[in-house]
Design a binder for this molecule. Structure first.
Ligand SMILES: [Fe+2]
Ligand SMILES: [Fe+2]
Length: 256
C-alpha cells in the first residue's frame, strides 16, 4: 500500500490583510497577531500548494492520502470550505484528523466545523487514530495531550495517526512549547506500530517509526512523505516536494 502523508496545510483566509478584525471575532483577532508577525505571509501560497499535493497523489498513484491535522489557520468556516474544496478530488482516499488549529472554539464553545466539512468515516483496516487535541484548543497554547484511556489497544503493525509529534527531529524532547503530554506512554504503547504519522511540529523528519510531515505548505519548506507499507515490514518513507514527484517515487512499485 502506498500512502501520501502530509500535514499542517494551514489554509487561511484569502486577503486576510484586508479583512476587518471584527470578521475574526475577539479570540481570532488575537491569533491574527501571529499572521501579521510573518505567519500569514508564510502561508499565502498554502491553498495552491495543497491543490498541488492533491494532483501529486494521482501522479504517484497513492492508495491513501493522510492528513494529520491543522487544515486551517484559525478554524474559520471559510478556511474549512477552501480546504474541503481542495481535497475533494481525493474522495474516499482521504483520511484526515483534526489539529489544534482546527479546534479553536467559537463563542467559547467547542466548534464542530471540522466534522461538518470532513464528516467522520471509519478508518481503513490497519489504522488507528489518537486524539491529542481534545474538543477545544486555544490560540497560542499549542500543547497536546494523550490520555491513558486511548492507549489501551494493540497498535502492533498498525499505522497510528496523531496530530502532535511525540518529539522533535532526532528524537529530541519538545519542551515546553509544543509539548505532548503523555508522549512517553504513547511511544511505549506504539513501539510495535508500523508507523506513527504526525505533524504539528513544523519540521519534517523520520525517527524510528515516527514520521512527522511538518507543515507541508510552509513557504520554502513545502513537502510530504510517500510511504510504502507492506505487511510485517517497516514502512519506507520518501520525502517529496509538491509538484516534483521523482521518477524514483513513481517507479517505486506497482499500485497495491
Ligand atoms: Fe501546525
Ligand atoms: Fe498543530
Amino acid at each position: 500500500m502506498r500512502i501520501l502523508h502530509f500535514s499542517d496545510p494551514h489554509v487561511q483566509l484569502p486577503r486576510w490583510r484586508e479583512r476587518p478584525l471584527r470578521d475574526f471575532g475577539p479570540l481570532r483577532a488575537l491569533a491574527t497577531v501571529e499572521l501579521w508577525k510573518g505567519r500569514g505571509r508564510d502561508y499565502d501560497g498554502a491553498l495552491a500548494t495543497l491543490r498541488q499535493i492533491v494532483r501529486d497523489a494521482d501522479t504517484l498513484r497513492a492508495d491513501l492520502v493522510v492528513c494529520t491535522g491543522d487544515l486551517t489557520q484559525l478554524a474559520m468556516e471559510e478556511e474549512f470550505a477552501l480546504a474541503q474544496d481542495a481535497l475533494a478530488p481525493l474522495g474516499e482516499r482521504l483520511v484526515c484528523i483534526p489539529g489544534n488549529h482546527d479546534r479553536y472554539p467559537l463563542a467559547l464553545e467547542p466548534n464542530r466545523l471540522f466534522e461538518k466539512y470532513f464528516p467522520p468515516r471509519p478508518l481503513p483496516d490497519g489504522f488507528a487514530a489518537l486524539d491529542s487535541c481534545g474538543e477545544v484548543c486555544w490560540p497560542v497554547i499549542t500543547q497536546g495531550r494523550i490520555v491513558d484511556a486511548q492507549l489501551g489497544q494493540d497498535f502492533g503493525g498498525k499505522i497510528v495517526l496523531v496530530h502532535h509529534a511525540p518529539f522533535r527531529a532526532g528524537g529530541v524532547p519538545d519542551w515546553p512549547w509544543h509539548r505532548l503530554r503523555g508522549a512517553r506512554k504513547l511511544l511505549e504503547a506504539t513501539g510495535a506500530a508500523a508507523a506513527i504519522l504526525c505533524g504539528h511540529i513544523h519540521e519534517r523528519f523520520q525517527h524510528g517509526n515516527v514520521i512527522c510531515a511538518g507543515s507541508s505548505t510552509l513557504r520554502d519548506d513545502e513537502g510530504y512523505w510517500l510511504i510504502e507499507v507492506a505487511p510485517g515490514r517497516a514502512a519506507r518513507a520518501t520525502s517529496i516536494r509538491p509538484g516534483a514527484p521523482t521518477m524514483d517515487a513513481r517507479a517505486a512499485g506497482p499500485r497495491a
